[in-house]
Ligand binder design. Structure first.
Ligand code: F0G
Length: 351
């Protein structure tokens, strides 16, 4: 047996890298595809979770970042920049360390989870908090990359999408075919674009017999694609997908339409219910934005849109440890006991 080598080495022939390209990797990808028992029972389907929080920096962004930083290094960049709701910045900061590059990140003031901020800080990124939302940060990052010698590593950089499409490859490799339905949270809409590209490529080459229907879910307060218009002041507790003007908007619509899927919204309440269900009943701790996929599946099931017997994959995009405030909030306080077995047993209901 050997260790997983990271997405570029594992899928080199399907990615835009040369034979002599020096790969910058933290051995991302190869993440667990976990059968979801409770969700399967609830929907009458065979539901799997693609647990992207198991990536090296705790989110799916690492798949795109190994490509973006590898390319930037190959092109001689000394510095990279990104706008982020937190996960992209954590990933960029880590991969920049591997490549010996300076990393600059632009984040919306006060709207990124503490764990993500901690990652960017400990990896030595230069962080600017912008007095604006993610969309403002992206505008600023684009402008800086056009005027100054710094490479943009947001998903508007097409090699990011190339890296992220490998998650679809892994799922087909694992299940021996594409699922019937693939469910994703949607923020800047890069990931749904990437999965659709991956599924299409495998189908075109006959590795999969079909492509899945793509179902995307935005948070209700940040649902520009659902509304059909830019949301000027997006809000949601799922800060990772608090985005009012997604960069890959058209590509997401194409994935939706070409696959026969849909993009809908879920409320913060539905997101938190799915977040708690995943943790307490499936044993999978994700960050709130990640639970939007599962919240969406449950909503669709309640609306009678899920025919039984289908094979469904929900991507859960980021690790719960990124944003633990929501795990602690509303949970009962642990009780304190003396060093005494009888007292502890009584508190545990064993006595
Ligand atoms: N889930 C998580 C945990 C994310 O961090 C993001 C995006 C998404 C879902 C949505 O993916 O943007 O490809 O539609 N996070 C970006 C960031 C915006 O800056 O970390 P998408």
């Amino acid at each position: 047996s050997r260790q997983w080598r990271g997405i570029i080495e594992e899928y080199r022939d399907r990615l835009p890298v040369g034979a002599s390209t020096e790969v910058v990797t933290l051995r991302e990808g190869g993440t667990p595809l976990v059968p979801a028992q409770v969700l399967s029972e609830r929907t009458g389907c065979e539901v799997h979770l693609k647990v992207e929080g198991a990536n090296p920096t705790g989110s799916f962004k690492d798949r795109g970042m190994t490509m973006a930083i590898t390319r930037a290094k190959e092109e001689g960049a000394k510095a990279v920049i990104c706008a982020s709701t937190g996960n992209t910045s954590a990933s960029a900061a880590a991969y920049a360390v591997r490549a010996g590059m300076v990393c600059a990140v632009l984040v919306p003031q006060g709207k990124i989870a503490l764990g993500k901020m901690g990652q960017a800080l400990v990896h030595g990124a230069k962080i600017l908090q912008v007095d604006g939302n993610f969309d403002d940060c992206l505008t600023l990052a684009r402008g800086l990359s056009e005027k100054y010698p710094v490479a943009l590593v947001n998903s508007v950089n097409p090699v990011r999408i190339e890296g992220q499409k490998t998650a679809a490859f892994e799922i087909v490799d694992m299940l021996d075919d594409a699922p019937d339905i693939h469910v994703l949270p949607v923020g800047n809409a890069g990931n749904i674009t990437a999965y659709w590209k991956g599924y299409q490529e495998y189908a075109a080459d006959g590795i999969a017999s079909r492509t899945p229907r793509m179902w995307g879910f935005q948070a209700s307060g940040s649902a520009p694609i659902v509304r059909g218009e830019v949301v000027k002041d997006p809000h949601t507790i799922a800060t990772a997908i608090r985005i009012g003007n997604p960069a890959s908007w058209q590509f997401a619509e194409r994935a939706r339409d070409e696959s026969g899927g849909f993009i809908d919204e879920v409320t913060d309440r539905q997101i938190l219910a799915a977040y708690r269900l995943l943790a307490s009943q499936e044993g999978v701790f994700v960050e709130p934005a990640s639970a939007a996929s599962v919240a969406g599946l449950l909503k669709a099931a309640d609306e009678g849109k899920v025919d039984p017997g289908q094979r469904i994959v929900c991507t859960v995009t980021g690790n719960g440890l990124k944003d633990p405030d929501w795990a602690v909030a509303g949970a009962p306080q642990p009780v304190t006991v003396p060093v005494d077995a009888d007292a502890a047993a009584e508190r545990l209901g064993l006595a």
